[in-house]
Write a protein that binds this ligand. Structure first.
Ligand SMILES: Nc1ncnc2c1ncn2[C@@H]1O[C@H](COP(=O)(O)OP(=O)(O)OP(=O)(O)O)[C@@H](O)[C@H]1O
Ligand SMILES: [Mg+2]
Length: 597
């Protein structure tokens, strides 16, 4: 996440591991046991090969015992086959355990993310989010698949060898173990650097995907303005920054094994010194010394392996810790405990709508007041318009009614119920929104309309499309209602997308309707079609319209003029023109403005 997740304490390494095991590995103990068993079997079969060579040499080449020839040859094949099988199952089980755990963690991460407040979602660039989502998951998977089981195995081997070392000569053994704390210290330092490098790598991968996705989203502008070279240099800069961090990680990983070798050198020096000393004083025999040295050299291998695994594990722990932070983050805007559903009054004289009232509402995004003691009354079933200069706070009024943000002062009510006291779902279910930007998903046209009411029948979908003046052009598409809309709805014109969005709102059939400059991006013909669809949609609903083109709101029952967060005028079109204030000025300006094409 680009936003620091709001949790008080950072999880320690141990806490992260415990949680990983508790939440994502423990449901798969069977797989884990199988994986470890297979790995043990693999190494046992690896050890059986020298034994076999030894037997062959002894029984056949030295003793010339012909009857052993076939069994030993078969055994050689058997061992290799068993080793191959255990290798296969071991790798498969541990990898699938890792993949499953990561897929579940990603599911949890997205599930938590999509619940978060709009303000938090706005703070993260979508490119950054996607990259973190995949980057951290990959690190975590690598740590799980290459780390967990392998580290456990190496630790077991290490304990066996260390026991061996201590048994063969405990004084010498203790002397040689003096280096272990040093190794542990070095590994922890390395792990810390690796965690930092992984975090930076994640950030830089995120930054890179931001410029990549911006370039793709902005491809029309890039082409039209000839910004290809500019784009390339932005991407190159990100690539260079990321490469730096990746190279640092490469150095850290490469340093791991040599670092333990330095400590191994130290151990050898210590052992040689003590062994020589003991031998000079007649306390150490040659065969004890050799047995000891063999065990010591064997013990070095797991230490070396562990030091190489640890950077991967460290990076994975850092990633898992970030994923947990994202999973734990909670929205602040939630239904209050024990909240009732919003009840929009039953239809009277043909209206479906609810009355909306803003009382003395004040709000700021950050710092300066965006809305300053705003009071609005919107009677049930009426059409009210909000007009005013850009940045006046019109869209903010919608954001507050939808409870995307909470107020700093005042109250908002629908049919007398404070919107902060009803459930969030019922509040948002009562409101339909059509905005300038018609968001379509990469699904079929029918599926896009059906988003308005999950489970809607084909007949209902088509009826909504007819009401939205979209049915005819939909039938002309290659596969009609089953045509895929394509990335960002690019295969459709602006007006067509808008009408699909209106059909969606039709199907939703919400009693309150918010239109945020729904027609300002369209040409005149398109606008007329969309305007007709919208009038049908508005029928009988409480509608709040934001429009820059004042011609579209002249018929509103009431017009509120908003300027720098305050309501400065209100009344119907004629009254406001007669008043000769900001509205009249905006209107005159509007008339002389050329129609957009
Ligand atoms: N998410 C946000 N975070 C911080 N400030 C914001 C945010 N959204 C809007 N603002 C600020 O709040 C003020 C009001 O914005 P708002 O979007 O409500 O204006 P508007 O009247 O809808 O303008 P326009 O006609 O250009 O759409 C502006 O100064 C804007 O910069
Ligand atoms: Mg706006």
């Amino acid at each position: 996440m680009a936003t620091p997740p709001k949790i008080s304490k950072d999880l320690s390494t141990l806490a992260v591991i415990r949680r990983l095991i508790r939440d994502y590995v423990s449901r798969q103990w069977g797989l884990l046991v199988l994986a470890v068993f297979c790995m043990l079997l693999t190494s046992a079969m690896g050890g059986a090969i020298p034994w076999l060579v030894n037997s062959v040499t002894k029984q056949i080449f030295m003793r010339h015992m012909g009857e052993w020839l076939l069994p030993l040859s078969l055994a050689a094949f058997g061992i290799m086959a068993l080793r191959a099988a255990s290798l296969f199952f071991g790798k498969m089980t541990i990898d699938s355990l890792g993949e499953r755990a990561v897929a579940r963690a990603q599911g949890d991460m997205f599930g938590s993310l999509i619940q978060r407040d709009l303000a938090d979602l706005n703070a993260v660039h979508s490119g950054q989010f996607v990259s973190n989502f995949i980057y951290d998951a990959t690190l975590m998977r690598d740590a799980l698949t290459q780390g967990v089981a392998a580290i456990a195995l190496e630790l077991v081997q290490l304990f066996v060898y260390v026991g061996y070392v201590l048994l063969s000569d405990w004084q010498l053994g203790l002397a040689s173990l003096l280096a272990l704390p040093g190794v542990a210290w070095a590994m922890e330092r390395l792990g810390g650097s690796m965690r930092r490098a992984a975090t930076r790598g994640m950030q830089e991968t995120g930054d890179l995907s931001v410029v990549l996705s911006e370039a793709m989203d902005g491809r029309r502008v890039i082409k039209a303005y000839g910004l290809e070279a500019h784009s390339v240099s932005r991407v190159e800069a990100r690539l260079a920054a990321r490469l730096n961090t990746l190279l640092k990680a490469v150095r850290l990983r490469a340093a791991a094994a040599p670092m333990t070798d330095i400590f191994a050198g130290l151990v050898i020096a210590i052992v040689l010194f003590f062994a020589g000393y003991q031998n000079l004083h007649g306390q150490l025999t040659l065969n004890t010394f050799f047995a000891f040295l063999t065990a010591l050299l064997l013990a070095q291998q797991p230490v070396r392996n562990l030091s190489q695994l640890w950077p991967t594990a460290s990076a994975g722990i850092a990633a898992a810790s970030r994923m947990f932070a994202a999973i734990d983050a909670r929205p602040r805007i939630v239904s209050p405990p024990g909240a009732k559903k919003l009840k929009v009054a039953a239809p009277t004289n043909g209206t479906k709508g609810g009355a909306v009232s803003f009382r003395d509402v004040s709000f700021s995004y950050q710092g300066d007041a965006t809305l300053d003691h705003v009071t609005l009354e919107i009677p049930a079933g009426r059409k009210v318009a909000l007009v005013g200069p850009s940045g006046a706070g019109k869209t903010t009024i919608f954001n507050l009614l939808l409870r995307f943000y909470d107020l700093n002062g005042g109250s908002i009510a629908i049919d007398g119920q404070d919107i902060h006291e009803v459930t969030l779902e019922s509040l948002r279910a009562a409101i339909g929104v059509v905005s300038q930007e018609a968001i379509l998903f990469d699904e079929s046209v029918a599926a896009n309309i059906a988003l308005g009411r999950p489970g809607a029948s084909q007949k209902q979908i088509e009826q909504a499309a007819r009401d939205a003046a979209a049915h005819d052009f939909i039938l002309e598409l290659r596969s009609g209602y089953d045509t895929s809309v394509g990335e960002g709805g690019l295969k459709l014109s602006g007006g067509q997308r808008q009408r699909i969005a209106i059909a969606r709102a039709m199907l939703r059939n919400a009693p309150i309707l918010l239109l945020d400059e729904a027609t300002s991006a369209l040409d005149t013909t398109s606008e007329r079609q969309v305007q007709e669809a919208l009038s049908r949609l508005m029928q009988g609903r409480t509608t709040i319209v934001i429009a820059h083109r004042l011609s579209t709101v002249q018929d509103a029952d009431q017009i509120y003029v908003l300027d720098r967060g305050r309501i400065t005028e209100s009344g119907n079109h004629e009254a406001l023109i007669a008043r000769g204030g900001l509205y009249a000025q905006l209107y005159r300006h509007n008339l002389t403005e050329p129609e957009p094409v």
